[in-house]
Design a protein around this ligand. Structure first.
Ligand code: RRO
Length: 310
C-alpha cells in the first residue's frame, strides 16, 4: 500500500505527523516523533524569537468532545528549534513552525531561517488564538497579504501557512484569493477552533485558567470544520499549493476522510496528546485497512475525490 505525499520537491514516506504544539516542545519529545513508526515528518512547536513560558495555570483539558487549550505560545525560542531541525534534517523532511507576535517578529525569524543551513519547510502560524491582545492574523486578510508580500521578497525556502478555521464561504474565497497570489508550498488547515469554553460540571468552573476559560478547541468536535476547510481550500487554491489536513483525527477513517477532502499530509493533535507517539502506527494500519475495504492501494487514488449528492 502506498501512503506517501510530496510537497515542494520533498517526498514524505508516510503521510502522518504531529500537529504543531503537541509533543514537540522539547528535543526529548521531538526525538520520539522523529523515531515513531508511521510518522512521515514532524513540526516543531511554534517559535518566537525569545523563549516564552506561556500562559499561567491549568491550560489544557481533555473531554469527550475534544480538547481545549490556552497554552499561550510557550516555547524554547527559534534558535532552539532551528538547531534541532538542522541537526535532524537528513533523516526526513521536517517542518519548522514560527509564530511571531508581530509582523516584524515573523520577518526577523524568516530572515534568520533564510540565512541558516535549514533546508526543510517552514510553517508560518497565522492562527494562534491564545495570546491575550493578539488576534488571529489569518482572520485579517490585509495583514496576511502584507506579511506574505514582505516575506517573499527575501524568503526563498519552502514556506506554508497554518490557518485558522473559516466559517463562511465568502471567507474561503477571500483567504484563497490572498494565498493564490504567492508561491506558497502548502497550507495547513485547521488550527484549533478559537475561543471556545468548556465547563467542569463537578466544580461549575471553566475547564482551563487563562483568559477566563476561553481556549482553542481540538479533537472530535473539530472534525467537520477541518473537513470543510480542507475541502473548501482544495477547491479554491492553485494546485501547486499542497494541503496538510489537521483536525479531529481519532482513527484511520478520520485520516481517510481528510485525504478524500484533499489533504496531502495529515497531522494529529488531541489524539497524539492522549495516546502518545504510538498513535501514528495505529492510524497508519487503520488507514490501510480502510483502503483495502475500498480496494485502493495508493492514497493518490482517492485524494480529493469526495463525491457530493447534488
Ligand atoms: O500555544 C498556544 O496556545 C497555541 C497555539 Br501557538 C496555536 O497555534 N494553537 C493553539 O491551539 N494553541
Amino acid at each position: 500500500t502506498t501512503m506517501t505525499a510530496s510537497i515542494a520537491g520533498f517526498t514524505f514516506d508516510d503521510i502522518l505527523l504531529n500537529a504543531a504544539g503537541v509533543y514537540c516542545q522539547t528535543t526529548e519529545e521531538l526525538d520520539q516523533i522523529l523515531e515513531a513508526p508511521g510518522a512521515g515528518s514532524l513540526v516543531t512547536k511554534s517559535a518566537t524569537p525569545m523563549e516564552r513560558p506561556g500562559n499561567p495555570g491549568v491550560r489544557y483539558a481533555d473531554m469527550a468532545l475534544g480538547s481545549i487549550n490556552s497554552m499561550g505560545l510557550p516555547n524554547l525560542s527559534l534558535d532552539y528549534y532551528l538547531e534541532y531541525a538542522i541537526a535532524h534534517q537528513a533523516d526526513k523532511p521536517l517542518f519548522l513552525s514560527i509564530a511571531g507576535l508581530s509582523k516584524d517578529d515573523n520577518l526577523q525569524m524568516l530572515r534568520e531561517i533564510q540565512a541558516s543551513d535549514f533546508n526543510g519547510l517552514v510553517e508560518l502560524n497565522l492562527s494562534c488564538p491564545n495570546v491575550p491582545g493578539k488576534p488571529q492574523t489569518g482572520y485579517d486578510f490585509d495583514t496576511t497579504r502584507q506579511i506574505l508580500t514582505e516575506a517573499f521578497t527575501f524568503f526563498k525556502k519552502p514556506l506554508g501557512v497554518k490557518l485558522p478555521p473559516y466559517f463562511d464561504i465568502a471567507h474561503f474565497d477571500m483567504i484563497a484569493a490572498v494565498l493564490n497570489d504567492f508561491p506558497l508550498a502548502f497550507v495547513n488547515t485547521i488550527n484549533s477552533i478559537g475561543n471556545g469554553l468548556m465547563v467542569n460540571p463537578d466544580t461549575d468552573t471553566a475547564m482551563i485558567a487563562p483568559k477566563g476559560g476561553f481556549g482553542g478547541l481540538g479533537g472530535a468536535i473539530a472534525k467537520p470544520t477541518a473537513l470543510a476547510n480542507v475541502r473548501g481550500l482544495r477547491q479554491r487554491l492553485n494546485p501547486e499549493i499542497k494541503i496538510i489536513g489537521t483536525g479531529g483525527v481519532k482513527d484511520g477513517r478520520d485520516v481517510y476522510d481528510l485525504i478524500l477532502c484533499g489533504a496531502d499530509l495529515v497531522s494529529v493533535g488531541t489524539t497524539l496528546h492522549q495516546e502518545g507517539p504510538t498513535v501514528f502506527n495505529r492510524l497508519k494500519h487503520e488507514l490501510e485497512t480502510e483502503m483495502k475495504v475500498k480496494a485502493y492501494d495508493d492514497v493518490a487514488q482517492f485524494r480529493g475525490q469526495l463525491q457530493t449528492l447534488d
